[in-house]
Design a protein around this ligand. Structure first.
Ligand SMILES: Nc1nc2c(c(=O)[nH]1)N[C@H]1C(S)=C(S)[C@@H](COP(=O)(O)O)O[C@H]1N2
Ligand SMILES: [Mo]
Length: 525
């Protein structure tokens, strides 16, 4: 009110506002804003943990940024920053918060109400992002509200000593001491709240404890004799869970307790089905070796892994639900709101498309989709492998655009036949003469027929394939090439069991996966 009154006065009657503020005062005010911003953030984080919400407001804003960033831009950015995309995004959001808080402080030096208005605007923005996330309800707004209250209270507290006398101006020791004292209080309370949230935020730990206590009727699977050549530098045939590549858009992983999980199968079905975790576990379990692969895997890349999966065949569930004529897709939704669409065909034919509950004999790790995810042999992850899956809608492709399809990736596509050189590593030195070469090749659900290597553009020579139990996994290959001292280029190409040989034409990963031959350089001496 006081500020409004100030505005209403003729210019001559506003001695304080007309005097240019000392530079130092502006910096102190910006600091007051930043401390206020931090304290509100601490309070919001604590509230997030206490409520057991998946997303803090910072993560909700970051996830919304991902959601609304055009596919091309996202792809470009991720290709620049790689696996650091999420920490960088989160850092960016926090930097934005700090910058706006500083602005609020500076604006607040002249008019506290306006400074508070900046914080209000920030809270509204954060609130909209929170509400935009899947599963958000009114309670999800509480962290933002608590943060806002802290902002609105702390800002005038910190600005008051700065505003009184032309702030922190040399000489006004009492004001400076008051500011210092209040700054410490606000900071300690904010940081304390944040730390407390860390202590009491038990959701993820509860889930980890559930996982440790789970006793599933599953096996780890034995690596079939002859499948693993066990060569140094060659990717092991079974990828251990902790080495398995990770791809998802979740800024904070869903922490779902088994008793809170359920799956709804609905849409173009005769009978809707709802399954609990115990329902699923009590059913006949199927186990299969399946190699999963990401559409964003570049030629020679590492976004591919092979595991022994245990789960329930989706075909059986869909048969029970009764798929109606005309349906051609199953739209999957995860707890965090990510979606993908899979052809009904791939889920109902004889392949082992699974609602998986275990990976290499252990309950799914949280980051790989606990408690339940999809695994479909032959299809890239972005069109089939929904982690934290909670909803299956039988429908038509013409009725929806899934997450990545909206962003310029294909609507439907199967995995492109690929091969990779693991031995020797690129740019390594080896002894000249006979050199061991080895790697992996995959054409899930088609199978690999042969692999060939080529040195320095000369004739292709076939190499040996290890044994595999089915068409759905990668296969290790190995051979020997004879080289003179010097630098050499080694290339590899695979032919799948449909008779198709990998094309040399290199394409980008967008829209439906990279093609082209992997090649490396090595030095023989
Ligand atoms: N909920 C959810 N599931 C998801 C994704 C995602 O972003 N969110 N990414 C998909 C993609 S693109 C791939 S390649 C696989 C990766 O599975 P992984 O992280 O277990 O290796 O998960 C799929 N399932
Ligand atoms: Mo992917």
């Amino acid at each position: 009110m006081e500020d409004m009154a100030d505005e209403a006065l003729p210019a001559a009657a506003r001695p304080r506002d007309d005097r240019p503020l000392p530079r130092a005062a502006r910096w102190w005010a910006a600091l007051a804003g930043v401390l206020t911003g931090g304290a509100g953030l601490g309070a919001a984080l604590a509230t997030t943990s206490l409520l057991g919400e998946r997303l803090s407001p910072v993560n909700a804003v970051s996830e919304t940024v991902i959601e609304y960033t055009p596919g091309k831009v996202a792809h470009l950015l991720v290709s620049i920053v790689g696996q650091n995309d999420k920490p960088l995004l989160r850092a960016g959001t926090v930097i934005g918060l700090v910058a706006l808080s500083a602005v609020a402080g500076r604006v607040g030096l002249r008019s506290v109400l306006r400074g508070q208005a900046v914080f209000l605007a920030m809270a509204v923005l954060a609130g909209l992002c929170v509400l935009d996330r899947r599963g958000a309800d009114t309670a999800s707004l509480l962290p933002v509200v608590v943060g806002l209250v802290v902002w609105l209270v702390a800002l005038p507290m910190l600005l008051e000593p700065l505003r009184g006398a032309p702030a922190a101006q040399a000489g006004d020791d009492a004001a400076r001491r008051t500011f210092g004292r209040r700054a410490v209080i606000v900071t300690v309370l904010g940081a304390g709240a944040g730390a407390l949230g860390g202590v009491f935020g038990r959701k993820r730990r509860e889930v980890e404890r559930d996982i440790a206590a789970l006793d599933l009727p599953v096996t780890k699977g034995t690596v079939p004799a002859g499948a693993d050549l066990d060569l140094e530098d060659l990717a092991p045939w079974r990828t251990p869970n902790e080495d398995f590549y990770l791809i998802d858009t979740a800024l904070a992983l869903p922490a779902i307790r088994t008793q809170d999980w359920s799956l709804r199968i609905h849409g173009m079905v005769d009978k809707e089905i709802r399954l609990s975790y115990d329902d699923l576990r009590a059913r006949q379990l199927t186990e299969a070796w399946v190699t999963l692969c990401c559409v964003s895997n570049r030629v020679g890349g590492e976004l591919v892994g092979n595991a022994h999966w245990s789960g329930v065949r989706i075909a059986d569930l869909l048969r029970e639900a009764g798929v109606q004529d005309g349906a051609d897709a199953v739209l999957q939704t995860s707890e965090d709101g990510w979606t993908c669409g899979t052809p009904i065909e791939a889920l109902t034919d004889d392949r082992d498309a699974l609602l998986a509950i275990a990976m290499n004999g252990k309950p799914l790790p949280v980051e790989h989709g606990f408690p339940v995810r999809m695994v479909v042999p032959g299809l890239y992850g972005f069109v089939s492998a929904t982690k934290w899956v909670v909803d299956l809608k039988v429908t038509r492709f013409s009725e929806f655009d899934a997450f990545w399809t909206e962003r310029g990736w294909a609507e439907q596509c199967s995995i492109k036949t690929q091969s990779r050189i693991d031995v020797p590593r690129g740019n390594h030195r080896v002894d000249s003469g006979k050199v061991t070469v080895a790697g992996v090749a995959w054409a899930q659900h088609l199978g690999i027929d042969k692999v060939e290597v080529q040195v320095d553009g000369e004739a292709w020579q076939e190499v040996e394939l290890a044994r595999v139990p089915s068409l759905d996994t990668w296969v290790q290959w190995h051979g020997e090439v004879d080289v003179d001292p010097g630098v050499h280029r080694l290339a590899v190409r695979a032919t799948d069991k449909s008779g198709e040989t990998q094309t040399s034409v290199r394409t980008d990963v967008v829209p439906d996966g990279a093609s082209g031959w992997h090649s490396i350089e090595f030095t023989a001496e």
